[in-house]
Design a protein around this ligand. Structure first.
Ligand code: ADP
Length: 447
């Protein structure tokens, strides 16, 4: 096992990783920008290193500075968390070249899955069902039109390098296609420096259901069930739950085994998520995330497995001790992403937290990186915490969530808590009847 792990991240996820390290007796190193000198992840780490000014490009995304921090502190491994450099193949490669373990998959797997066109081809070759679409990228409008007409409209133009919902445009009719192609290309070029795009059938009422997988890089892999992340705004997840209200044990075992088998063939190492759209009983692969996800705690709640602890174990070279038959699902869990944002306009609301009272009690977990008196800097993602609630049944979970939301007090800034207070009262949510468009429609029609 490692002696010292450097956590190349901030906020709640940096703390989450520290907790697992501490339980294993591993020393932790926090890195931070000057804007984060007072952050909780810095206060609770065994050591900390300031790696630069506030902009992420000069701190959390700056590879030479992170390497220097490893060098100074003698860290023998780096956990990247999510976002920032977590899916940067070059970063993983550079660390390995310096004999520092990257806690994640091989750089080759990160690279393959980071290109959505390659990822889709790989998934298909491993027996995973994919969304119908172009074979690889589309070069021009004529080629795109041919594919779109054969498949039927609506279609979705997607960036090969896409992420965070960017570089994605729907064409409802043939006359929209030219415009969708050029806007998606321009957006992708600006955001990712790569304007390659491809085409997919646009599913009109799917759910977003993803499967958590775990491998040891030695050919052993298991699945840990699904998470339903259909409640989204601008293709960004807002509420996640496990199990999905739309699956039963047989469909779960079926897709889970297809995915776990694919990971065994790939010799995948570490935690990964295979994202699907699910419509009319069919699964369609959209992408694979080669890292820990924001919403991993709902899986931890229903399986009792500490995913970060398992990541540390396999990264240090241990074989997977989990067998598929050991993994059982107990009860229901829901996560609400608490953002420092106005709950109606979603405008970021950084600033000082003057009062902070998180909820507690049986089945309630709050992962956050803030505290009373802390000032949220304006430079980073607005996620300040996650409320995760677990109950024996979905109903119990919903009742508990309502109670926990009622206890949560955050003053001084605006947060998305009022949105969850509304959602929890909607009959469709109570009945689990929602698809990926439900939330946008709800937000559009309420005052
Ligand atoms: P990103 O990497 O940018 O998050 P994804 O491929 O994971 O992009 O897609 C994000 C979201 O966009 C999905 O959860 C879904 O809501 C929507 N989406 C993606 N592909 C399709 C599709 N073919 N049809 C309908 N919606 C889609």
């Amino acid at each position: 096992m490692f002696d010292k792990v450097l956590i190349a991240n901030r906020g709640e996820i940096a703390l989450r990783i520290q907790r697992a390290c501490k339980e294993l007796g591993i020393s932790t190193v926090a890195v931070h920008s000057t804007a984060d000198a007072d952050a909780m992840h810095v206060r609770l780490a065994d050591e900390s290193v300031c790696i630069g000014p506030p902009p992420a490009s000069e701190s959390y995304l700056n590879i030479p500075r992170l390497l220097a921090a490893c060098e100074i502190t003698g860290a023998d491994a780096v956990h990247p968390g999510y976002g920032f450099l977590s899916e940067n193949a070059r970063f993983a490669e550079i660390l390995e070249e310096h004999n520092i373990t990257f806690i994640g998959p091989t750089s080759e797997h990160i690279r393959t899955m980071g290109d959505k066109i390659q990822a889709k081809e790989t998934a298909k070759s491993l027996g995973i069902p994919v969304v119908p679409g172009s074979d690889g990228g589309v070069k021009n409008e004529a080629e795109a039109m041919k594919v779109a007409k054969a498949m039927g409209f609506p279609v979705l133009v997607k960036a090969a390098a896409g992420g965070g919902g960017r570089g994605m445009k729907v064409a409802h009719r043939p006359e929209d296609l030219g415009n969708a192609l050029s806007t998606a290309r321009a957006e992708a070029k600006a955001a990712f420096g790569d304007d390659a795009v491809y085409i997919e059938k646009y599913l009109t009422k799917p759910r977003h259901i993803e499967i958590q997988v775990f491998g040891d890089g030695q050919g052993n892999a298991v699945h840990l069930g699904e998470r339903d992340c259909s409640l989204q705004r601008r293709h960004q997840k807002v509420w996640e739950e496990a199990p999905s209200p739309a699956l039963n044990a047989a469909s779960r075992a079926n897709i889970g085994e297809i995915v776990a088998d694919a990971m065994r063939k790939l010799k995948y190492r570490g935690a990964g998520t295979i994202e699907f759209l699910f419509e009319d009983g069919e699964f369609y692969f959209i992408e694979m995330n080669t890292r820990l996800q924001v919403e991993h705690p709902v899986t931890e709640a229903i399986t009792g497995i500490d995913l970060v602890l398992e990541q540390l174990r396999v990264a240090s070279g241990a074989q997977l001790t989990l067998k598929q038959s050991d993994i059982t699902f107990s009860g229901h869990a829901i996560e609400c992403r608490i953002n420092a944002e106005n709950a109606r306009t979603f405008r970021p609301s950084p600033g000082k937290i003057t009062y902070w009272h998180p909820p507690g009690g049986l089945g309630v977990r709050v992962d956050s990186g803030v505290y009373q008196g802390y000032s949220i800097p304006p430079y980073y993602d607005s996620l300040i915490g996650k409320l995760i609630v677990h109950g024996k049944t979905r109903n119990e979970c919903l009742m508990r969530l309502k109670r926990a939301l009622g206890e949560f007090v955050i003053d001084g800034i605006e947060t998305t808590i009022p949105l969850f207070n509304e959602l929890i009262r909607q009959p469709d949510i109570a009945n689990g009847l929602y698809d990926i468009h439900w939330l946008e429609k709800f937000l559009g029609k309420t005052p």
